[in-house]
Design a protein around this ligand. Structure first.
Ligand SMILES: N[C@@H](CCC(=O)N[C@@H](CS)C(=O)NCC(=O)O)C(=O)O
Length: 260
């Protein structure tokens, strides 16, 4: 087993699953700390993250901050946390000695792959690693649009909806084209580009849970014709999610979609 990267987050979180799946495949040890999303407002966000007592959650707490993205109310983040995690987000990871903060789930994923002895998870050469990075960057652009779309679904606007449609078509058509050439996104073997795709795309499909709201706003599900439009991407998602390394982490997350 390699070194122990520590990750603090709300749980379950598909962004954390990326690293856990890679750690399982790559034989890297990873320590996950966290709680349900709604409980994270009563945690101290820190390298030594912990649940706070009622007495510690005061208005004059030096750690009190306002949530910036996805968390509406008060959060308790230490100065040290914000030094190592300048954007103040979770998942928040730390090098084994706690000295280096690593943020952005794709970068935490890269860190796991770099710590691993696995031959192909991060490609077979530096250039292939860079190609994997290219997919991870494209994936983050998609995932960021998806994050805004899902967080603001109750107040969906024409502009917000059409941004998500473009991001979906752009990203999925690139993935589809890649899968028409290789078995996996980058090559003939699984890399972290596949892991990142599965976790972020599975999360995007949660738009299906908001079908009624989306319809009420006068729109339709963006992924409605996924099977016809991007069959290889869908097959890749479902196929990988059934592999043990994925399914033991993702649990029943996609069951509702498969049962549709
Ligand atoms: N692109 C980032 C997204 C991380 C992110 O936006 N996290 C949000 C929760 S979904 C957060 O930690 N927000 C903290 C806050 O609201 O202050 C990743 O993949 O890690």
């Amino acid at each position: 087993m390699g070194s122990v990267l520590r990750v603090f987050s709300y749980l379950p979180n598909p962004r954390v699953w990326k690293s856990v799946i890679a750690a399982n495949i790559g034989g890297v040890e990873i320590e996950i700390i966290g709680d349900k999303p709604k409980n994270l407002s009563s945690w101290l966000w820190d390298y030594n993250a912990r649940k706070l007592s009622e007495e510690e959650m005061t208005q004059d707490s030096p750690h009190l901050r306002k949530g910036k993205r996805g968390f509406a109310g008060a959060l308790y983040k230490t100065e040290e946390f914000l030094k190592s995690q300048p954007f103040g987000t979770v998942p928040a990871a730390y090098s084994p000695d706690g000295e280096i903060g690593i943020f952005e789930s794709n970068s935490i994923l890269r860190s796991i792959a770099r710590s691993s002895q696995h031959q192909t998870l991060y490609g077979k050469s530096d250039f292939e690693a860079s190609r994997i990075d290219s997919y991870l960057d494209a994936n983050l652009v998609f995932a960021r649009e998806a994050q805004v779309y899902l967080l603001e679904v109750e107040n969906l606007t024409n502009e917000g909806y059409s941004r998500m449609v473009s991001a979906y078509e752009f990203y999925l058509s690139g993935i589809e084209a890649s899968l028409s050439r290789n078995k996996f996104i980058v090559s003939e073997y699984l890399t972290i580009a596949d892991i990142s795709f599965v976790c972020d795309f599975a999360q995007f499909l949660r738009e299906g849970h908001y079908q009624k709201i989306i319809k009420k706003k006068g729109f339709g599900l963006i992924s409605k014709d996924l099977a016809q439009d991007f069959p290889l991407a869908l097959k890749h998602l479902l196929g990988l999610s059934e592999l043990e390394e994925f399914s033991k982490v993702m649990g029943s997350y996609l069951d509702w979609y498969k049962e549709k």
